[in-house]
Ligand binder design. Sequence first.
Ligand SMILES: Cc1cc2nc3c(=O)[nH]c(=O)nc-3n(C[C@H](O)[C@H](O)[C@H](O)COP(=O)(O)OP(=O)(O)OC[C@H]3O[C@@H](n4cnc5c(N)ncnc54)[C@H](O)[C@@H]3O)c2cc1C
Length: 283
Amino acid sequence: METKRLVVPVAEEILGREYSVLNKGFIRLVDYMGGDESIVQAARVAYGKGTKKVSEGRGLIRNLMRNEHTSPFEMVEFKWHCKMPIFVARQWIRHRTANVNEYSMRYSQPRDEFYIPALERVKFQSSSNKQGSGEEVPKDLALEFVDWVINTDDDSMKKYKKFSDENIARELVRIGLPLNTYTEWYWKCDLHNTLHFLKLRMAPEAQYEIREYANAMAGIIKQIVPLTYEAFDDYVLGGVRLSKQEIETMKKYGMKISANELEESNLSGGEQKEFLEKLKKFE
Ligand SMILES: Cc1cc2nc3c(=O)[nH]c(=O)nc-3n(C[C@H](O)[C@H](O)[C@H](O)COP(=O)(O)OP(=O)(O)OC[C@H]3O[C@@H](n4cnc5c(N)ncnc54)[C@H](O)[C@@H]3O)c2cc1C
């Protein structure tokens, strides 16, 4: 059995390189373990032999991805250094299957760096998604909003410095800082759970800011484990999961379904919207 450490040349080139995200953030691959080959090797360990041909490996990886035979994907690990606004970190940290070590603002002072959204990013509250952004905001209102964010940042950093100079404990002074203050962490996660993170955070329902990090990460992972990413793209990102009711509705009305027919279906209001989104993939 092969025991040598797997080196992925493209990963070696990427190591340590900073990939900018948002106005001041980044992700940087600090270390990795394994690649597509390690997944094949793990899947085949039961047979006591490795796969020789790339084509065999590709088929095996695709089969594993299709059938959610996930543990071989856990054999690959990535360790990242990430810098993101606190509100992004709060969403990101919900992915419990990673190991995290965050910059401590009890120990060190925060950098004077804040996430300032671009004007085009400033949108009205979505009317259809309670968690999302909707239509464009007139430029003057967007400017006013961004000005408010910048002024709040300046003011809170000035006050932070003042109270810090007066030797108030850092663990307390930090509570006056806004959610768009940048923080940093090391984030280590296996490939299976990283793909799960990407699936959830690259989705259009995810907030734009965390999506930007997920997209940057996906761009890197795609290069390091191209066969796995291809299978992930084909079967997970590009695939569609249909419920029993959705299949019944499709059988009854076909792919082109009118508003009336949708109303008659067994689907709830939310399901109807999601079903229409899924049908778009067949257009
Ligand atoms: C668009 C969007 C909106 C969201 N909105 C909210 C919100 O409003 N409020 C909110 O609180 N959260 C929200 N979340 C966070 C969401 O509920 C999940 O906590 C987050 O996406 C992490 O997903 P996960 O638990 O599957 O991932 P991980 O924590 O990485 O876990 C991966 C998988 O491991 C398993 N697992 C991990 N830990 C356990 C455990 N303790 N017990 C059993 N199984 C476990 C599960 O199968 C899980 O899917 C939102 C997420 C998204 C993508």
